[in-house]
Design a protein around this ligand. Structure first.
Ligand code: ALA
Length: 451
């Protein structure tokens, strides 16, 4: 049987961009910037992207493209039998991400429905917004129901396969996402105090930067690029070997970064124009914004568009977190795609239920003061994703060998490398030394070695 592949280069770019652009761009990035010194955080984030994010991103796609198979067998082919555990670990990571990500995205979908029903732009007091949010979060069935509907949405795209499902879905959803984002930015910029929001966003406040900020910037870069969760290896495995990987991957990084910045512009200009501050942390989305929407003309449409934007972004990422397990079940176990999608989707839904209930029924069930959601989120984002990333760069830089890997990278990209010969040095330096060393540093500090 022929292995699935992308129908076009644009299809690959939009699918990977769809995976990258998600809650981390539209929700997390603006509040991190708001909290960690505006442009100072953005500059730190760019450094993390250049030295660690981009090389790891390329390394993972390269592993997939060169082996044309799922992460388990790809790691085995390049590194030998023992490396297959590394590949399996990344698939498990993707699965765990898919579980809690869907629970969180369920709230966003629920908020989109609230916005569509006209319930998110008529608040007259800030407390009402907080109470409204608490009431929803304290309703167990609400979170689980929308977690289920969201998972159904993701699996129904996945059922149709790589070209007709993932690629086609992203070709529809990503342009829609850009249109909505531009509408929101245009609206934000036309508001009375937009300048204040922009000044806050682009003024670098270095006084709040600490070594911990570097870790936060790196984990943001990793999470947003979907590194370490098997997605990039799997999506890379559907890419033809003669594709120019550099010119296909670079626009994705630009799109992902641009979406983060534009989302921040939209959020900051809207929030500042209503006299609020964007430093409320995760509550920015559920408290600050609905209150802001309640105070401006056209609040209904803004709320509707904003939550639609976030739902679409989350859906394309959810799809990509489930695909590695599906590819593994199809490649390694010989399952039909429909059965694999059903089992992966159902499994992630079940694992996501305790996460969805961590804010109500299971709130008191904690271990070391952390709920189930906190634990799974920590396990995947802080532990398994960096491990997956470091394994990929060590596999490429040391086990497979940086020179061999770069030769493979040059396949389809010889003109690009001829035009920019420094790329060879950059990738060799990053694959072999810079990225593994920096990720290791981050990892050690996450597990508390430098506390
Ligand atoms: N890359 C996805 C996001 O940014 C997971 O949310």
């Amino acid at each position: 049987m022929n292995r699935a592949s992308w129908g076009s280069r644009l299809g690959f770019i939009l699918a990977v961009a769809g995976s990258a652009v998600g809650l981390a761009n539209i929700w997390r990035f603006p509040y991190l910037v708001g909290y960690h010194g505006g442009a100072a955080f953005i500059i730190l984030y760019f450094i993390c992207l250049a030295l660690i994010g981009f090389p790891t991103f390329i390394a993972e796609i390269l592993i997939g493209r060169s082996t044309q198979t799922n992460p388990d067998s790809a790691f085995r082919q390049l590194g030998g039998k023992n490396w297959s555990w590394g590949g399996k670990l990344t698939i498990i990571t993707g699965f765990i991400v898919a579980s809690f990500y869907s629970a969180v995205a369920g709230w966003i979908l629920g908020y989109f429905i609230e916005a569509a029903l006209g319930n998110l732009h008529l608040f007259t007091e800030p407390n009402q917004v907080v109470d409204y949010h608490s009431t929803l979060m304290n309703t167990p069935w609400w979170g689980v129901l929308f977690h289920f509907i969201f998972m159904m949405g993701a699996t129904s795209v996945l059922f149709f396969g790589v070209r007709n499902g993932i690629e086609r879905g992203n070709k529809i959803m990503m342009p829609l996402l850009f249109v909505i984002l531009f509408l929101l930015v245009a609206q934000g910029l036309s508001m009375p105090n937009a300048k204040e929001g922009l000044t806050f966003l682009f003024y670098p406040d270095w006084s709040v930067i600490t070594p911990a900020t570097f870790l936060i910037a790196l984990s943001q870069a990793f999470f947003t690029l979907s590194v370490g969760q098997g997605t990039l290896v799997t999506y890379g495995s559907y890419l033809k070997k003669e594709e120019n990987l550099i010119t296909s991957a670079f626009p994705i990084i630009i799109i992902d970064t641009l979406v983060s910045i534009l989302a921040s512009v939209a959020v900051f200009t809207i929030v500042f124009s209503t006299g609020l501050k964007p430093d409320a942390g995760p509550d920015l989305l559920f408290h600050t914004l609905p209150w802001a929407f309640s105070q401006i003309t056209g609040g209904y449409f803004l709320a509707f568009l904003f939550f639609l934007l976030v739902t679409i972004a989350a859906l394309t990422s959810e799809i990509s977190a489930l695909e590695p397990l599906i590819a593994w079940l199809v490649d390694e176990k010989g399952w039909k795609r429909t059965k694999a999608v059903l089992v992966a989707g159902l499994g992630a839904f079940c694992l996501g239920i305790p996460s969805a209930l961590s804010f109500n029924l299971l709130k008191e069930h904690t271990w070391q003061d952390q709920t189930f959601f906190d634990w799974t989120h920590w396990l995947a984002s802080d532990l398994l994703i960096p491990i997956g990333g470091i394994l990929a760069v060590i596999l490429v830089g040391w086990k497979w060998g940086a020179d061999k890997a770069i030769n493979h990278l040059m396949q389809g990209a010889s003109v690009t490398f001829k035009r920019s010969p420094w790329l060879k040095i950059y990738f060799k330096f990053c694959f072999k030394y810079c990225s593994p060393f920096l990720i290791l540093l981050v990892f050690l500090s996450i597990i508390g070695l430098f506390r």
